[in-house]
Design a protein around this ligand. Structure first.
Ligand code: ZN
Ligand code: ZN
Length: 340
């Protein structure tokens, strides 16, 4: 039986309509099988020794004289930092030059790793690089929105094999970002609480969608998940922006992230996915109504006409089922761990 569910924070609706006779493990068969890849490719601009093929790094972390992380400007970005941010009109239509900041976080010198197969110290270094770049970019007065995300695999929007994530910062705060903030403000005005803190508390009370909990984080498949196995990681401590994460919390988050991605790797046969780190806009780092989080969306199925037209997603695996399935999966990636 299908059911409408509302996202408590955004007020968006989804339809949870489990497909008959399908078990969660059946979704693994929909993903693309990737062949093993080598640890080095001469034609990869992000591999060790090919540093000259990228612009100068804006951030670098080295271990014993060897770089571990490089953050470089994105050569092929849709936005460029050397343009004016001013807006103008074409007739009645608003326009602005494509000003913005686009960076690539090269997560490791090794071509054939992924977060599910990395050491915790490597993942902590990536999460620290995110924080430091977000802090630095936030100083730019023309920037209002900073998105940090990882596209993994062709279905998630990348054909680049080398482990990387991206940062894109823009002057624009689009309705897609602004609308949930306005909902959170209204919730705060009505109840005096952060809607995300309330949601976390409710998920903890109901328990059945929780995949794991640590000292600082809660990972769950949300009540109104839009897609099968969609998962979110929330800090239990209220904080509107990722810039406030401390080193101890980063270590904890590294473990949670690897566990979640390891469970997807083993449980869904190394699926393509996007993860997105969402914070309050620049300047709103300390507000009480907004809460940062990391969302993980395995690429299973494509939004079709109804989803595009209505914004109502049809989720064919109840989030309780997704969570229960993921809870039982061993997150440790062994054997053919060189498949990215
Ligand atoms: Zn490479
Ligand atoms: Zn909160």
């Amino acid at each position: 039986m299908s059911e409408f569910r509302q996202n408590m924070a955004t007020k968006e609706w989804v339809i949870v309509a489990p497909s008959r006779g399908k078990r969660p493990s059946d979704f693994a068969k929909l993903t693309i099988k990737r062949p093993p890849v080598p640890s080095f490719r001469a034609d990869c601009p992000f591999c060790l020794g090919n540093e000259a093929q990228t612009p100068e790094p804006v951030y670098i972390k080295s271990v014993a004289d060897k770089w571990q992380i490089r953050v470089v400007p994105n050569k092929y970005a849709a936005l460029q930092p050397d343009l004016a941010a001013a807006r103008s009109y074409v007739g009645s239509f608003l326009s602005a030059k494509g000003y913005g900041i686009a960076e690539v976080v090269v997560e490791t010198p090794e071509h054939n790793k992924t977060i599910a197969t990395m050491q915790l110290s490597e993942i902590s270094a990536i999460l620290t690089a995110y924080r430091e770049r977000q802090k630095e970019i936030s100083k730019n007065e023309a920037i209002n929105l900073i998105m940090i995300f990882r596209n993994y695999g062709p279905l998630a929007g990348t054909s680049l094999e080398h482990p990387h994530s991206q940062i894109i910062a823009t002057p624009m705060l689009p309705p897609h970002v602004r609308n949930p903030i306005e909902q959170a403000v209204m919730h705060f005005d009505k109840y005096g609480t952060c809607v995300y803190c309330d949601m976390i508390e409710e998920e903890r009370r109901q328990k059945e969608r929780i995949v794991l909990e640590t000292e600082n984080f809660l990972a769950f498949c949300p009540w109104a998940a839009r897609t099968p196995f969609e998962a979110r990681i929330y800090p239990k401590r209220h904080a509107a922006s990722y810039v406030s994460i401390n080193d101890k919390e980063i270590e904890d988050l590294a473990g949670v992230l690897r566990t979640m991605l390891g469970k997807l790797y083993n449980g869904l046969d190394n699926p393509d996915y996007n993860y997105i780190l969402r914070s309050a806009p620049v300047g709103d780092e300390d507000v009480r109504y907004s809460h940062w989080y990391l969302m993980i969306i395995p690429k299973i199925g494509t939004p079709a006409g109804f989803e595009i037209g209505s914004g109502i997603y049809i989720n064919t695996v109840a989030p309780e089922e997704s969570a229960s399935y993921l809870r039982d999966i061993n997150p440790e990636v062994t054997g053919e761990a060189t498949i990215i």
